[in-house]
Unconditional design. Structure first.
Length: 131
């Protein structure tokens, strides 16, 4: 059943005491299993705990990024809806040119709307916050 061989290893009393403390802290009942796992890199309990914590952190980061993407999409949809509403109202060439200039000078879609209509910008912020 057991095809392995025992290897005698000598430790000073201080080294053995430190090993026993480390094994107990790691949850091992037998010092030999702790030494084996540490030397062969089998430390599965710690590795799996570390992996699960890292996976949780990755999921949290992804959730935050997805939430930010959803907020930005909501903002873009609101701006597009307002723009289409104005264009369907048969905006004149001068109004369309003013919109184009505002888009060229703005850094964000919110800036475009705030420059042309502060009331619409406030409504858009409210729509985005409610989403």
């Amino acid at each position: 059943m057991n095809d392995g061989k025992a290897i005698p290893v000598w430790y000073s009393e201080e080294d053995r005491r430190r090993l026993e403390e480390a094994a107990a802290l790691a949850g091992y009942r037998h010092l030999s299993k702790y030494i084996r796992d540490r030397t062969l890199g089998y430390d599965s309990q710690r590795a799996s705990a570390r992996d699960s914590i890292e996976a949780w952190a990755d999921r949290q980061e992804l959730s935050g990024r997805l939430a930010e993407i959803e907020r930005m999409q909501s903002r873009a949809q609101a701006l597009l809806a307002m723009l289409l509403f104005l264009l369907r109202g048969k905006a004149s060439n001068a109004e369309t040119d003013a919109l184009i200039r505002a888009c060229e000078n703005a850094r964000t879609p919110d800036d475009v709307l705030a420059a042309s209509s502060p009331q619409l910008a406030a409504l858009m912020r409210r729509f985005v916050q409610d989403a």
